[in-house]
Design a protein around this ligand. Sequence first.
Ligand SMILES: [Fe+2]
Ligand SMILES: [Fe+2]
Length: 256
Amino acid sequence: MNEHVPAPTLSERADEIEEKMMHDLAERVATKSVLFGMADGKVEMMNGFDFKKNNPDKYFLMGADPRLPKMPAKPTLVDFFKNRFASLNHLLQSAMLAKKNGHSEKIILACLLHDIGVASFIRCDHGYWGAQMIEPYVDEEVSWAVRMHQALRFFPDSSVGYEYPQMYINNFGADYKPEPYIVRDYENAKKHKWYMSARLICVNDIYAFDPNAKVDLDDLTDIIGRNFRQPEEGLGFDDSPSAHMWRTLMWPTRYL
Ligand SMILES: [Fe+2]
Ligand SMILES: [Fe+2]
């Protein structure tokens, strides 16, 4: 051992081990998709040949990632809530508020699901992503409302007491203007028969950020059961147009 090189500190060693675990699972190597690197400002990927050269004794991960919570063979929406959604509080609070305000089960479900794009997947255009994920399994009005809350949230409606959220001024700056596609979708939504359903998501949304509120998914499982068409094969294993999105959430580090 070279005496002039100081031994790694305990925390350096821990980082090193964690780093190794990140890339070196028991027998297989997990891959980071290009999107994961973009969050660090890098547009890059390793090609399969180099990947194999760096890991000559390993195969690539082609299924479940052992670092993530285990999913059952036939996952339900509730399994995704419990094992793949990073935060439930806001979604549950939103839904409970809609319930307390006496809205229909469709609206309560829409509130429960309105931000699953953010909670599980990606922030950008989360309303559109979330709507696409649930579209095959819910009433059309529910997915429409989830999609459109993305646009409506940026525009006030005094008829229901919805003002432009102060939080957006704090978060995005006073001069932030929604992009033309958001304005277009808002203008179209205003004329739509389900406008108020999407608007109610916004109304039950802005007040639903109390970190100390006591909420429980069990209080909403009946409503999920009656209003979300759980596929028999398990979410992700049916042949719906969004099944692949649920599979990707289940196995985000598969090589292909
Ligand atoms: Fe949202
Ligand atoms: Fe929200």
